[in-house]
Design a protein around this ligand. Structure first.
Ligand SMILES: Cc1cc2nc3c(=O)[nH]c(=O)nc-3n(C[C@H](O)[C@H](O)[C@H](O)COP(=O)(O)O)c2cc1C
Length: 304
């Protein structure tokens, strides 16, 4: 299985397959369906300094080949995570990475500080790309200056692996990736959801209480793949790719576009064991193509 090992900064992954924040709870919810030790890592629910109720219902809408969500970072806050959730999940034989969100730079710093000393949390993922909150969220990830400010401030207090999750709702994602790399990010993960909208024609009303929400699932895959490929050519740090990944073929495509590792998101709702099947599929692909290590595939696209 060493053939599947990859590293992201100081984070060692037994394989490149992980689950995306907000789509896999804390892992605990999935233990009846999948052996968590088969995964490279689990990105837990978006965590904020203070507890948040999230947005009003309705906050989900199904679309062609995807879904819109406007959950709005519902969570019990970092103190609850440290005291009640961490003790429960710390024994899992996989990497647990906390997805950190905030409404101000100070929020991100204070929340991240609370996670530094947790021995079994080797990394955090800064969510500067949530489209579903009124303040902060995506606003931090859509300009180079504000993205750089958050990363610079968190980098000062967070010595472990720092992953920055980028918004696809920008004109030039490579520029934002370069800005966070310059401030010391160890890795970038992309993409978060695309800003979208759904309307009920009979009722003549938006389907989401927030009117707009985040689009995810297979419908976003080609755009996400293009963005990973652009970022691969813009930065030197490892990339974690996601957006509509459902099977091992999708995962291999992201790796060929330049991702060192991938995350499975919305598809967990369809098949909770999908990520373990993707690990098997990647291994089989390496065998069939006589490839010794997954490293040899990263960004290794044949272009004439
Ligand atoms: C219901 C739901 C909740 C999500 N919550 C978060 C979150 O808390 N933090 C975050 O960074 N991304 C969140 N995301 C975005 C996913 O982690 C992922 O970036 C996105 O859905 C694209 O991948 P996918 O198409 O495989 O789902 C959420 C997505 C969904 C569908």
């Amino acid at each position: 299985m060493d053939r599947l090992k990859v590293s992201i900064g100081g984070l060692e992954l037994k394989n490149p397959v992980m689950t995306a924040s907000g789509t896999f709870g804390y892992g605990t919810e999935y233990i009846d369906f999948i052996d968590l030790s088969r995964l490279g890592g689990i990105f837990v629910k978006g965590t904020t300094l203070e507890p948040r109720d999230g947005n009003n219902y309705s906050r989900m809408a199904e679309t062609a080949s995807g879904m819109l969500n406007a959950v709005g970072l519902q969570n019990k806050g970092v103190t609850y995570f440290v005291q009640h959730i961490y003790p429960e999940i710390k024994q899992y034989d996989t990497n647990i990475i906390v997805n950190v969100s905030g409404s101000s730079v100070d929020d991100y710093v204070k929340c991240s500080e609370r996670l530094v000393d947790l021995e079994r949390i080797p990394a955090i993922e800064l969510n500067i790309s949530c489209p579903n909150v009124k303040e902060g969220g995506m606003a931090f990830g859509t300009s180079c200056d504000s993205a750089a400010k958050v990363v610079k401030a968190v980098r000062k207090i967070y010595p472990k692996t720092l992953i920055v999750k980028l918004s696809p709702n920008v004109t030039n994602i490579g520029e934002i990736a370069r800005a966070v790399e310059a401030e010391g990010a160890d890795s970038v993960s992309l993409v978060n959801t695309f800003l979208g909208m759904a309307i009920d024609a009979e009722k003549r009303s938006p389907k989401l209480s927030t009117i707009t929400g985040g689009l995810s699932g297979p419908c976003i895959k080609p755009i996400a793949l293009r963005m990973v490929w652009e970022v691969y050519h813009a930065v030197g740090i490892p990339i974690i790719g996601m957006g509509g990944i459902c099977n091992w073929q999708d995962a291999i495509e992201f790796i060929l576009a330049g991702a060192t590792a991938i995350q499975v998101g919305t598809y967990n709702f369809i098949d909770p064991a999908a990520s373990a099947k993707i690990v098997d599929g990647i291994l089989d692909y390496l065998d069939r193509h006589h490839i010794l290590s997954i490293d040899d595939l990263i960004g290794n696209l044949n272009i004439d």
